[in-house]
Design a protein around this ligand. Sequence first.
Ligand code: PLP
Length: 292
Amino acid sequence: MFFSENHAPTPLEAIIDEHTTKAKVKLFVKRDDLIHPSVSGNKFRKLKFNLLEAKKLGKDTLLTFGGAFSNHIHATASAGKLMGFKTIGIIRGEEHLPLNPTLAYATEQGMQLHYIDRTSYRQKAEPAFIEQLKAQFGDFYLIPEGGTNALALKGVAELPAEIDIPHDYICCATGTGGTTAGIISTAKATVLGFSALKGNFLQKDVQKLLGRPYPNWAMVNDYHFGGYAKKKPELEEFIDWFNTTHNIPLEWIYTGKMMFGVYDLMKKEFFREGSNIVAVHTGGLQAVGKKV
Ligand SMILES: *Cc1c(COP(=O)(O)O)cnc(C)c1O
């Protein structure tokens, strides 16, 4: 079965350029973007134990939530199909035709899409609302927005043990905080979560997901570039430079902002000399049309 096979550890690629040399650090990219062709990056890890649990419970349908450009919707549609589940995607906002590539892909995988207005969407975690969905769609296994729950953390928690070199930092992009919390829970290094959203509420969200204090992490809130899915020319220039120099594509919603932040912190001499830094490439490239 798809997830029950242990996938090989994703590659760790050394990144050497004038900035890493000047900062006297070693930088590695953990290529979770290569984890699977259509179940991208961290979404693969977050779905793994959820889908195994859904099978164990004998469920035949998965229901989840997301925005129109959600990597999680894309990944759930694909993994659901590969594991023989029906999938239902509850999408925030109105339908826009033609469907964008994310939703067109989800539909092609057999995902049934339902659109709800932003006010209803805010109730997505409330029991009464979930009951209403069960009355409408029948029984399903519920995966929350972004795929973040305890089983998602368990999947991501497998990542740090795959890093087979000494390392001082693990850096990753933070959206809902599930990936960051999962990494923190088993990391033997300092974890830096780079917020893709404006504000500093993610500190609390990650803390809540962890359930107890951990000493080994911090949120970095300075590289959101105006907010979720917002971008600026200097971010795009950096992404182009990084891709040209290292032949690794990034997107501007999550991984581009994280890597921009890592380079800026290197330039500001945040990392002490001799540090080994692992930056996790959480995937998401299909959302910007880089690959499917
Ligand atoms: C969803 C996503 C994230 C954010 O993950 P969370 O667990 O929600 O914090 C980071 N990077 C990419 C590429 C993503 O698709």
